[in-house]
Design a binder for this molecule. Structure first.
Ligand code: PLP
Length: 419
Protein backbone atom coordinates (compact mmCIF):
# COMPACT_ATOMS: atom_id res chain seq x y z
CA UNK A 1 0.00 0.00 0.00
CA UNK A 2 1.19 3.52 -0.77
CA UNK A 3 2.41 5.71 2.07
CA UNK A 4 -0.28 7.32 4.22
CA UNK A 5 -0.88 11.01 3.50
CA UNK A 6 -1.64 13.26 6.46
CA UNK A 7 -3.50 16.55 6.53
CA UNK A 8 -2.72 17.07 10.19
CA UNK A 9 0.08 16.02 12.58
CA UNK A 10 2.46 18.93 11.90
CA UNK A 11 2.54 18.24 8.17
CA UNK A 12 5.34 20.72 7.52
CA UNK A 13 7.82 19.21 9.96
CA UNK A 14 10.77 17.81 8.05
CA UNK A 15 13.88 15.89 8.97
CA UNK A 16 15.91 19.00 9.87
CA UNK A 17 13.12 20.27 12.16
CA UNK A 18 12.90 16.86 13.78
CA UNK A 19 16.65 16.69 14.38
CA UNK A 20 16.69 20.21 15.80
CA UNK A 21 13.81 19.53 18.19
CA UNK A 22 15.45 16.26 19.28
CA UNK A 23 18.70 18.10 20.03
CA UNK A 24 16.91 20.86 21.97
CA UNK A 25 15.00 18.29 23.95
CA UNK A 26 18.27 17.23 25.56
CA UNK A 27 19.62 20.75 26.08
CA UNK A 28 17.67 22.05 29.00
CA UNK A 29 19.65 25.32 29.20
CA UNK A 30 18.04 26.46 25.95
CA UNK A 31 14.50 26.34 27.18
CA UNK A 32 14.17 29.94 28.25
CA UNK A 33 15.78 33.24 27.47
CA UNK A 34 18.06 33.30 24.47
CA UNK A 35 19.07 35.13 21.32
CA UNK A 36 16.54 33.13 19.31
CA UNK A 37 13.68 35.11 20.79
CA UNK A 38 15.10 38.41 19.54
CA UNK A 39 15.94 36.85 16.20
CA UNK A 40 12.35 35.68 15.80
CA UNK A 41 11.08 39.13 16.76
CA UNK A 42 13.37 40.67 14.15
CA UNK A 43 12.12 38.27 11.50
CA UNK A 44 8.50 39.32 12.03
CA UNK A 45 9.43 42.96 12.42
CA UNK A 46 11.17 42.96 9.04
CA UNK A 47 8.60 40.82 7.28
CA UNK A 48 5.69 42.87 8.56
CA UNK A 49 7.56 46.20 8.45
CA UNK A 50 6.56 47.10 12.00
CA UNK A 51 8.56 48.18 15.04
CA UNK A 52 6.44 46.37 17.57
CA UNK A 53 6.31 42.60 17.73
CA UNK A 54 5.57 40.59 20.85
CA UNK A 55 6.02 36.86 21.28
CA UNK A 56 4.07 34.44 23.41
CA UNK A 57 3.75 30.74 24.05
CA UNK A 58 0.59 30.76 21.87
CA UNK A 59 -1.45 33.06 19.63
CA UNK A 60 -4.40 32.75 22.02
CA UNK A 61 -2.32 34.40 24.75
CA UNK A 62 -1.22 37.08 22.28
CA UNK A 63 -4.80 37.81 21.31
CA UNK A 64 -5.79 38.11 24.96
CA UNK A 65 -3.12 40.73 25.67
CA UNK A 66 -3.83 42.61 22.47
CA UNK A 67 -7.55 42.84 23.26
CA UNK A 68 -6.79 43.95 26.81
CA UNK A 69 -4.39 46.65 25.70
CA UNK A 70 -7.03 47.91 23.27
CA UNK A 71 -9.17 48.43 26.36
CA UNK A 72 -11.63 45.64 25.65
CA UNK A 73 -13.24 44.07 28.71
CA UNK A 74 -16.44 43.41 30.66
CA UNK A 75 -19.62 44.64 28.95
CA UNK A 76 -17.98 44.76 25.49
CA UNK A 77 -18.61 42.53 22.49
CA UNK A 78 -16.15 41.37 19.87
CA UNK A 79 -17.28 40.14 16.47
CA UNK A 80 -15.81 36.82 15.43
CA UNK A 81 -16.84 34.53 12.61
CA UNK A 82 -18.48 31.18 13.20
CA UNK A 83 -16.52 28.31 11.59
CA UNK A 84 -13.57 28.98 13.83
CA UNK A 85 -11.48 27.50 16.59
CA UNK A 86 -12.14 27.91 20.30
CA UNK A 87 -8.57 29.18 20.70
CA UNK A 88 -9.56 32.39 18.94
CA UNK A 89 -12.82 32.76 20.88
CA UNK A 90 -11.67 32.11 24.45
CA UNK A 91 -9.30 35.10 24.62
CA UNK A 92 -12.33 37.35 24.07
CA UNK A 93 -13.99 35.70 27.04
CA UNK A 94 -10.84 35.94 29.16
CA UNK A 95 -10.99 39.74 28.89
CA UNK A 96 -14.56 39.66 30.24
CA UNK A 97 -16.03 40.58 26.82
CA UNK A 98 -18.47 38.46 24.86
CA UNK A 99 -17.92 36.91 21.43
CA UNK A 100 -20.62 37.77 18.91
CA UNK A 101 -20.71 35.48 15.89
CA UNK A 102 -21.06 36.57 12.31
CA UNK A 103 -21.91 34.17 9.51
CA UNK A 104 -19.58 33.18 6.69
CA UNK A 105 -19.54 33.22 2.94
CA UNK A 106 -19.49 29.51 2.08
CA UNK A 107 -17.40 30.17 -1.01
CA UNK A 108 -14.44 31.47 0.99
CA UNK A 109 -15.24 30.38 4.58
CA UNK A 110 -14.52 33.98 5.65
CA UNK A 111 -16.74 36.66 7.20
CA UNK A 112 -19.89 37.44 5.23
CA UNK A 113 -19.80 41.23 5.04
CA UNK A 114 -23.57 41.41 4.70
CA UNK A 115 -24.07 39.77 8.08
CA UNK A 116 -21.80 42.22 9.90
CA UNK A 117 -24.45 44.92 9.94
CA UNK A 118 -26.89 42.54 11.66
CA UNK A 119 -24.50 41.64 14.42
CA UNK A 120 -23.18 44.94 15.73
CA UNK A 121 -24.73 46.97 18.51
CA UNK A 122 -23.67 49.66 20.97
CA UNK A 123 -21.48 47.18 22.87
CA UNK A 124 -19.43 46.09 19.85
CA UNK A 125 -15.81 47.22 20.12
CA UNK A 126 -13.83 45.16 17.64
CA UNK A 127 -13.93 42.74 14.71
CA UNK A 128 -11.62 39.75 14.69
CA UNK A 129 -11.03 38.95 11.02
CA UNK A 130 -9.99 35.39 10.29
CA UNK A 131 -8.24 34.62 7.02
CA UNK A 132 -9.61 31.09 7.01
CA UNK A 133 -7.36 28.39 5.53
CA UNK A 134 -5.01 31.25 4.60
CA UNK A 135 -7.43 32.70 2.06
CA UNK A 136 -7.78 36.48 2.60
CA UNK A 137 -11.00 37.92 3.97
CA UNK A 138 -12.34 41.03 2.21
CA UNK A 139 -10.35 43.13 4.59
CA UNK A 140 -10.74 46.40 2.64
CA UNK A 141 -14.53 46.27 2.98
CA UNK A 142 -14.30 45.22 6.62
CA UNK A 143 -11.97 48.14 7.37
CA UNK A 144 -14.38 50.54 5.76
CA UNK A 145 -17.25 49.11 7.79
CA UNK A 146 -15.18 49.26 10.99
CA UNK A 147 -14.18 52.85 10.35
CA UNK A 148 -17.73 54.02 9.89
CA UNK A 149 -18.76 52.21 13.08
CA UNK A 150 -15.70 53.14 15.13
CA UNK A 151 -14.53 49.57 15.70
CA UNK A 152 -11.06 48.10 16.07
CA UNK A 153 -9.96 45.50 13.53
CA UNK A 154 -7.70 42.62 14.52
CA UNK A 155 -6.52 40.17 11.88
CA UNK A 156 -6.38 36.52 12.83
CA UNK A 157 -3.50 35.29 10.69
CA UNK A 158 -3.23 31.92 12.45
CA UNK A 159 -3.56 30.20 9.06
CA UNK A 160 -1.19 32.36 7.05
CA UNK A 161 2.28 33.82 7.14
CA UNK A 162 3.35 35.80 4.09
CA UNK A 163 0.05 35.80 2.21
CA UNK A 164 -1.15 39.05 0.63
CA UNK A 165 -4.38 40.79 -0.24
CA UNK A 166 -4.29 43.24 -3.13
CA UNK A 167 -0.51 43.42 -2.89
CA UNK A 168 -0.31 44.10 0.83
CA UNK A 169 0.76 41.54 3.40
CA UNK A 170 -1.94 40.02 5.60
CA UNK A 171 -1.58 41.19 9.18
CA UNK A 172 -0.75 44.76 8.17
CA UNK A 173 -4.29 46.04 7.61
CA UNK A 174 -5.89 46.33 11.03
CA UNK A 175 -5.02 47.72 14.45
CA UNK A 176 -3.10 44.55 15.19
CA UNK A 177 -2.69 40.95 14.09
CA UNK A 178 -1.95 37.57 15.58
CA UNK A 179 0.07 34.77 14.01
CA UNK A 180 0.23 31.22 15.31
CA UNK A 181 3.30 28.98 15.31
CA UNK A 182 1.20 26.06 16.52
CA UNK A 183 0.78 22.53 15.21
CA UNK A 184 -0.67 22.27 11.71
CA UNK A 185 -0.05 25.95 11.00
CA UNK A 186 1.92 27.53 8.11
CA UNK A 187 5.10 26.96 10.07
CA UNK A 188 5.10 25.01 13.28
CA UNK A 189 7.08 25.11 16.50
CA UNK A 190 4.33 22.98 18.05
CA UNK A 191 3.31 26.07 20.05
CA UNK A 192 4.00 29.80 19.79
CA UNK A 193 2.23 33.06 18.99
CA UNK A 194 3.10 36.47 17.59
CA UNK A 195 1.38 39.84 17.84
CA UNK A 196 2.21 42.71 15.51
CA UNK A 197 0.92 46.25 15.85
CA UNK A 198 1.60 49.46 14.03
CA UNK A 199 0.64 52.02 16.64
CA UNK A 200 3.60 53.11 18.75
CA UNK A 201 1.90 53.50 22.11
CA UNK A 202 0.04 50.22 21.83
CA UNK A 203 3.24 48.47 20.75
CA UNK A 204 5.25 49.93 23.61
CA UNK A 205 2.64 48.83 26.12
CA UNK A 206 2.66 45.26 24.78
CA UNK A 207 6.45 45.08 24.72
CA UNK A 208 6.68 46.49 28.25
CA UNK A 209 4.25 43.89 29.45
CA UNK A 210 5.88 40.96 27.64
CA UNK A 211 9.10 41.55 29.59
CA UNK A 212 7.33 40.79 32.83
CA UNK A 213 5.72 37.56 31.69
CA UNK A 214 7.19 34.29 32.82
CA UNK A 215 8.29 31.43 30.63
CA UNK A 216 6.11 28.32 30.52
CA UNK A 217 7.08 25.38 32.74
CA UNK A 218 10.10 23.46 31.46
CA UNK A 219 8.07 20.25 31.40
CA UNK A 220 5.54 21.93 29.08
CA UNK A 221 8.27 23.16 26.74
CA UNK A 222 9.75 19.66 26.64
CA UNK A 223 6.36 18.30 25.63
CA UNK A 224 6.19 20.73 22.71
CA UNK A 225 9.64 19.73 21.50
CA UNK A 226 8.65 16.11 21.97
CA UNK A 227 5.58 16.71 19.80
CA UNK A 228 7.75 17.85 16.89
CA UNK A 229 9.81 14.68 17.35
CA UNK A 230 6.95 12.21 17.77
CA UNK A 231 4.70 13.66 15.06
CA UNK A 232 7.57 13.35 12.58
CA UNK A 233 8.31 9.76 13.65
CA UNK A 234 4.63 8.83 13.63
CA UNK A 235 4.28 9.96 10.03
CA UNK A 236 7.58 8.37 9.01
CA UNK A 237 6.76 4.94 10.45
CA UNK A 238 3.00 4.94 10.02
CA UNK A 239 3.13 2.25 7.39
CA UNK A 240 5.77 0.14 9.14
CA UNK A 241 3.64 -2.48 10.87
CA UNK A 242 2.21 -0.73 13.92
CA UNK A 243 5.27 1.35 14.80
CA UNK A 244 3.95 4.78 13.79
CA UNK A 245 0.59 4.27 15.44
CA UNK A 246 2.29 2.99 18.56
CA UNK A 247 4.53 6.08 18.74
CA UNK A 248 1.47 8.28 18.36
CA UNK A 249 -0.66 6.54 20.96
CA UNK A 250 2.06 6.00 23.52
CA UNK A 251 3.37 9.57 23.29
CA UNK A 252 -0.07 10.88 24.28
CA UNK A 253 -0.86 7.98 26.62
CA UNK A 254 2.39 8.34 28.53
CA UNK A 255 2.02 12.14 28.49
CA UNK A 256 5.27 12.81 26.61
CA UNK A 257 3.16 15.21 24.59
CA UNK A 258 -0.11 17.01 25.23
CA UNK A 259 -3.14 18.04 23.22
CA UNK A 260 -3.13 21.46 21.60
CA UNK A 261 -6.31 22.46 23.43
CA UNK A 262 -6.82 21.53 27.05
CA UNK A 263 -10.11 20.15 28.31
CA UNK A 264 -10.83 23.27 30.42
CA UNK A 265 -10.55 25.42 27.31
CA UNK A 266 -13.06 23.28 25.45
CA UNK A 267 -15.56 22.70 28.21
CA UNK A 268 -15.37 25.85 30.32
CA UNK A 269 -13.55 28.30 28.10
CA UNK A 270 -10.94 28.78 30.85
CA UNK A 271 -7.25 29.62 30.55
CA UNK A 272 -5.03 26.62 29.75
CA UNK A 273 -2.15 25.89 32.12
CA UNK A 274 0.43 27.43 29.76
CA UNK A 275 -1.41 30.73 29.17
CA UNK A 276 -0.04 34.22 29.70
CA UNK A 277 3.58 33.23 29.09
CA UNK A 278 6.38 34.41 26.79
CA UNK A 279 7.78 32.23 24.07
CA UNK A 280 10.72 30.15 25.27
CA UNK A 281 13.94 30.26 23.29
CA UNK A 282 13.80 26.59 22.28
CA UNK A 283 10.45 27.03 20.49
CA UNK A 284 11.66 30.28 18.88
CA UNK A 285 14.61 28.28 17.48
CA UNK A 286 12.31 25.64 15.95
CA UNK A 287 10.13 28.40 14.46
CA UNK A 288 13.17 30.13 12.94
CA UNK A 289 14.30 26.89 11.33
CA UNK A 290 10.93 26.59 9.63
CA UNK A 291 10.77 30.27 8.66
CA UNK A 292 13.92 29.84 6.57
CA UNK A 293 11.81 27.52 4.42
CA UNK A 294 8.67 29.63 4.39
CA UNK A 295 8.73 30.60 0.71
CA UNK A 296 9.22 27.00 -0.34
CA UNK A 297 6.48 25.74 1.99
CA UNK A 298 4.05 28.39 0.76
CA UNK A 299 4.79 27.75 -2.89
CA UNK A 300 4.36 23.98 -2.58
CA UNK A 301 0.98 24.47 -0.88
CA UNK A 302 -0.20 26.88 -3.55
CA UNK A 303 0.84 24.48 -6.33
CA UNK A 304 -1.07 21.63 -4.68
CA UNK A 305 -4.12 23.89 -4.24
CA UNK A 306 -4.04 24.79 -7.91
CA UNK A 307 -3.83 21.12 -8.79
CA UNK A 308 -6.98 20.35 -6.78
CA UNK A 309 -8.75 23.39 -8.17
CA UNK A 310 -7.99 22.34 -11.69
CA UNK A 311 -8.55 18.61 -11.37
CA UNK A 312 -11.60 18.49 -9.13
CA UNK A 313 -13.82 20.71 -11.24
CA UNK A 314 -17.40 19.72 -11.84
CA UNK A 315 -17.39 16.56 -9.77
CA UNK A 316 -20.94 15.75 -8.75
CA UNK A 317 -21.53 15.84 -5.00
CA UNK A 318 -18.66 18.24 -4.33
CA UNK A 319 -18.14 21.99 -4.29
CA UNK A 320 -14.78 23.69 -4.66
CA UNK A 321 -13.97 26.83 -2.67
CA UNK A 322 -14.49 30.09 -4.60
CA UNK A 323 -10.82 30.92 -4.38
CA UNK A 324 -8.91 33.06 -6.83
CA UNK A 325 -5.36 31.98 -6.33
CA UNK A 326 -3.75 35.24 -7.39
CA UNK A 327 -0.10 35.85 -6.71
CA UNK A 328 0.88 35.43 -3.05
CA UNK A 329 -2.26 33.79 -1.77
CA UNK A 330 -1.07 30.83 0.25
CA UNK A 331 -3.64 28.27 1.37
CA UNK A 332 -2.90 26.07 4.37
CA UNK A 333 -5.47 23.35 3.74
CA UNK A 334 -7.83 22.80 0.83
CA UNK A 335 -11.52 22.81 1.84
CA UNK A 336 -14.02 20.86 -0.19
CA UNK A 337 -17.75 20.69 0.49
CA UNK A 338 -18.97 17.16 -0.07
CA UNK A 339 -22.07 15.04 0.14
CA UNK A 340 -21.92 11.76 2.11
CA UNK A 341 -19.01 13.11 4.12
CA UNK A 342 -18.66 10.26 6.62
CA UNK A 343 -18.56 7.70 3.85
CA UNK A 344 -16.03 9.77 1.90
CA UNK A 345 -13.77 10.21 4.94
CA UNK A 346 -13.83 6.45 5.56
CA UNK A 347 -13.11 5.72 1.92
CA UNK A 348 -10.12 8.08 1.89
CA UNK A 349 -8.89 6.66 5.19
CA UNK A 350 -9.05 3.10 3.88
CA UNK A 351 -7.01 4.26 0.89
CA UNK A 352 -4.32 5.87 3.02
CA UNK A 353 -5.42 9.52 2.97
CA UNK A 354 -6.32 11.12 6.29
CA UNK A 355 -8.38 14.19 5.42
CA UNK A 356 -8.83 17.11 7.84
CA UNK A 357 -11.90 18.28 9.76
CA UNK A 358 -11.52 22.08 10.05
CA UNK A 359 -14.19 22.95 11.00
CA UNK A 360 -16.90 20.38 11.50
CA UNK A 361 -18.58 22.44 14.23
CA UNK A 362 -19.11 26.23 14.36
CA UNK A 363 -16.58 26.56 17.20
CA UNK A 364 -14.09 23.69 16.95
CA UNK A 365 -13.08 21.17 18.12
CA UNK A 366 -16.09 18.93 18.62
CA UNK A 367 -15.87 18.76 22.42
CA UNK A 368 -16.36 22.54 22.75
CA UNK A 369 -19.30 23.52 24.86
CA UNK A 370 -21.10 25.89 22.50
CA UNK A 371 -23.04 27.44 25.34
CA UNK A 372 -19.86 28.37 27.16
CA UNK A 373 -18.50 29.74 23.86
CA UNK A 374 -21.67 31.90 23.67
CA UNK A 375 -22.60 30.33 20.34
CA UNK A 376 -26.29 29.99 19.69
CA UNK A 377 -27.22 27.21 17.28
CA UNK A 378 -29.07 28.61 14.28
CA UNK A 379 -27.38 32.03 14.53
CA UNK A 380 -25.01 31.45 11.58
CA UNK A 381 -26.78 29.11 9.14
CA UNK A 382 -24.16 29.23 6.38
CA UNK A 383 -21.40 28.29 8.79
CA UNK A 384 -23.48 25.49 10.26
CA UNK A 385 -24.27 24.13 6.80
CA UNK A 386 -20.58 24.23 5.85
CA UNK A 387 -19.69 22.38 9.07
CA UNK A 388 -21.90 19.50 7.95
CA UNK A 389 -20.15 19.08 4.61
CA UNK A 390 -16.58 20.30 4.80
CA UNK A 391 -13.46 18.18 4.52
CA UNK A 392 -9.89 19.45 4.16
CA UNK A 393 -7.71 17.88 1.50
CA UNK A 394 -4.04 17.79 2.43
CA UNK A 395 -1.54 20.44 1.34
CA UNK A 396 1.12 18.51 3.16
CA UNK A 397 4.52 19.75 2.02
CA UNK A 398 5.98 16.29 2.57
CA UNK A 399 3.59 14.82 0.03
CA UNK A 400 4.98 14.24 -3.44
CA UNK A 401 3.35 15.32 -6.68
CA UNK A 402 2.14 11.74 -6.97
CA UNK A 403 0.57 12.12 -3.56
CA UNK A 404 -1.55 15.09 -4.59
CA UNK A 405 -2.55 13.26 -7.76
CA UNK A 406 -3.58 10.25 -5.66
CA UNK A 407 -5.75 12.40 -3.38
CA UNK A 408 -7.48 14.02 -6.36
CA UNK A 409 -7.93 10.70 -8.15
CA UNK A 410 -9.44 9.01 -5.10
CA UNK A 411 -11.84 11.93 -4.67
CA UNK A 412 -12.90 11.63 -8.29
CA UNK A 413 -13.31 7.87 -8.04
CA UNK A 414 -15.46 8.14 -4.93
CA UNK A 415 -17.86 10.69 -6.37
CA UNK A 416 -17.92 9.68 -10.01
CA UNK A 417 -17.60 5.93 -9.99
CA UNK A 418 -19.26 4.95 -6.72
CA UNK A 419 -22.45 6.95 -7.20
C1 PLP B 1 -8.23 30.47 13.39
C2 PLP B 1 -7.37 30.34 14.60
N1 PLP B 1 -7.14 31.42 15.36
C3 PLP B 1 -6.34 31.37 16.43
C4 PLP B 1 -5.75 30.19 16.83
C5 PLP B 1 -4.91 30.17 18.06
O1 PLP B 1 -3.59 29.82 17.83
P1 PLP B 1 -2.72 29.17 18.96
O2 PLP B 1 -2.93 27.70 18.90
O3 PLP B 1 -1.30 29.54 18.62
O4 PLP B 1 -3.14 29.72 20.27
C6 PLP B 1 -5.96 29.04 16.06
C7 PLP B 1 -5.33 27.76 16.38
O5 PLP B 1 -5.57 27.02 17.23
C8 PLP B 1 -6.79 29.11 14.93
O6 PLP B 1 -7.03 28.03 14.16
Amino acid sequence: MAKTIFTSLSPNTQEDDYKLARKLLFKSNQFEDGADIEELRKWFSEKMKVDHVTLYESARTGLFFLLKELGIGGGDEVIVQAFTCVASVNPIKWTGAKPRYVDIDTGTFNIDINDLQNKINSKTKAILVQHTFGYPAEIDKILEFAKSNDLYVIEDCAHTIGGEYQGKILGSFGDGAIFSLGRDKGISASFGGVVVVKRKLLGQKLIGQERFLSFPAKSWVRRQLAYTVTSYLTRKYYNSFVIGKLIHQSSFGLKFVNRSTELVEKVKGSFPTHAKCRIPSALARVALNQLQKLDKLNSVRVEFSKYYQHNLRRIPGTRLPKWHLYKRIYPLRFPLLVERRDEFVKFMDSNGVLVGDWYDVPVAPKEVNLLSASYQLGSCPNAEAACQRVVNLPLNVNMSENGVKRVAELTRVFFEERR
